[in-house]
Design a binder for this molecule. Structure first.
Ligand SMILES: [Zn+2]
Length: 214
């Protein structure tokens, strides 16, 4: 994954009254700061050969996680086992019924299904059943006729997949069993904060958020 930030957009040479000077193109006063470069990196869409949609409302690390998940590249036990890592069991860490793989953990597992159904109910979105991460992403990317609402719905879906993974890790590493209802609450509040702050929608209030999603 590349960020493709040209050096000339960060530094450029100019002729000043006393000779050559360097200017930074990231700040209004031409001064360089690590913070400005970091912001540039965070908000620049990565270059990658895929139909994957990067959404500015979603933190980069979460988008990267979703991209890796849809490509089957997250460290579920079956993937670790394929790479020669010793695992005690290949069974799903949550339902303990089927072999764990990215699509199962995030979508097909009964736990993930309960979270997904709760979020779709909250959004008042009707959908069939999903079995793969890509099915959810494609459904969200084509949902509805309003591009603004679609973008919010996509952000909620990304947040949901991320939250299911965090809940799975909490179970595996801390033996903490978070009920699906709690994960649904986390998705509602976390996606609200992301859309409000990262999407620069300062007018968005919690009460409106619930309405907006319906
Ligand atoms: Zn399972």
């Amino acid at each position: 994954m590349k960020k493709n930030i040209p050096v000339c957009s960060v530094f450029s040479k100019h002729q000043g009254p006393t000779g050559e000077i360097w200017k930074c193109g990231l700040t209004p006063d031409d001064s360089y700061s690590v913070c400005a470069l970091r912001n540039k990196c965070d908000y620049r869409t990565p270059t990658i050969d895929s139909n994957f949609q990067w959404i500015k409302e979603i933190p980069l690390k979460v988008s990267c996680f979703i991209w890796r998940a849809q490509a089957g590249r997250i460290p579920t036990v079956n993937e670790l086992s394929k790479r020669g890592v010793y695992v005690e069991s290949l069974t799903c860490q949550i339902c303990e019924e089927i072999e764990e793989c990215p699509d199962h953990t995030l979508v097909a597992c009964s736990y993930a299904t309960m979270v997904t159904e709760g979020i779709l109910r909250w959004c008042r979105v009707q959908a069939g059943s999903f079995h793969k991460v890509n099915q959810i992403l494609e459904f969200a990317a084509k949902w509805g006729s309003c591009s603004k609402r679609r973008r919010i719905f996509m952000a909620i879906c990304y947040c949901m997949l991320w939250s299911i993974w965090k809940a799975r890790n909490d179970r595996v590493f801390n033996n903490n069993r978070l009920p699906p209802d709690k994960v649904i609450d986390i998705v509602k509040s976390m996606s609200f904060l992301w859309v409000k702050n990262r999407g620069k929608r300062k007018e968005l209030a919690w009460a409106n958020w619930s309405l907006l999603s319906r």
